[in-house]
Design a protein around this ligand. Sequence first.
Ligand code: GAP
Length: 436
Amino acid sequence: MASSELFDKIVNLSKRRGIVFPSAEIYGGFRSTYDYGPVGVLMLRNVKDAWWRSMVQLRPDVVGLDASILSPPAIWEASGHLANFTDPLVDCKSCGSRHRLDKLEDPNTCPTCGATGEFTEPRQFNLMFKTQAGPVEDSGAIAYLRPETAQGMFINFANVLNTSRKKPPFGIAQIGKSFRNEITPGNFVFRTREFEQMEMEFFVPPAEADEWYDYWCNERLQWYIDHGMTAEKVRLRAHESDELSHYSSGTSDVEFEFPWGWDELEGIANRGDYDLTQHAKHSGEKLDFFDQASNSRYTPHVIEPAAGATRTMMAFLMDAYHEETVNDETRTVLRLHHRIAAYKIAVLPLSKKPELAGPSKEIFDGLSQRWMCDYDQTQAIGKRYRRQDEIGTPYCVTVDFDTLDDQAVTIRDRDTMEQVRIPIADVEQWFAERLV
Ligand code: GAP
């Protein structure tokens, strides 16, 4: 399938099956913003839950945080975002379109109208959204919507250290919305002005920074593969020195092969002691660590794996999309890892007849205590299987008229389409062995 065709199919499927809708659609849409529908909200939540499980739940050396989105200028002054979080912006004098100079294929030619040599001088455009907190419009009321979740971890370093009984090496993790006034949002939910990040700041003794940087690069690459991404479609790419952010002494991206080529899913950065030193200087607070073993004080260095939740969900969708011919018909199937799939199981009574509703409802009530299940009783069973294939549900449980006699149901596997007959009494255990 051609890459552009795959892209269009994902956008169509997302709209058709309640994964992602253009936001404010009834008002004509609003500037590359998106809403996650009944299926998409589950998938996005699953991406975040899978990340949280790997990064916090399974790790005794990482704790969580949920910091505020509204933040005072002082944070962004200290972090360097007020001065440095900018993109070079040029306007085309011929057609009026705006572009990021560093993303243009040819810095002299407008990609919108083709005019050459018509760009204005580049201006540095700060990407942060500025607003005001409270009713009085004075300079003391200026607030910013955070452009990254990371600073919440740095400014709470001492709070966490004093309350969690952790000491370096340890991490603080956070998932949440971030906002950037991107000059050129696009490629569906790949680059938007409002998006969700999954970031972890790992504080380490300075001498261990390089080792931990390598460790997190490998861990994070493996995470995508462990959650079903095709190994050949993800890779690590180290940044050239001219690509590094203002705070970074080394960054590698986990990249995915999107329809438009390899692009970033996540950045793993060696931030050194930049952030803690900056916040200590600007706030006057001590943000370091007293190591009792060596009887010395040091400022920990930070290794930061920073991923985008919305972007990652889109990559999982693209990687999972398959079309195949079954009985002369095209079957669309999302071969998602069960952790990422919106529903794990769909309970499908063969017909709407009331005698099937009782046992079906009972099975749904039991299974949905442990797993997110769908329940669908309308249309022919074949159509309902196809619908579940399209949203990536790994298993369908069909309750038919034989169920009333043999107390068994048919379980259909999304990928192989094989069906097995299982006693109702064994169904939960059957899934417990597979949905691990
Ligand atoms: N704290 C470091 C940091 O924010 P980043 O590379 O700018 O680093 C991390 O962002 C991740 O957040 C990116 O790899 C990407 O997945 C996601 N991201 C960044 N900007 C985004 C945008 N405008 N839309 C969607 N996701 C975005």
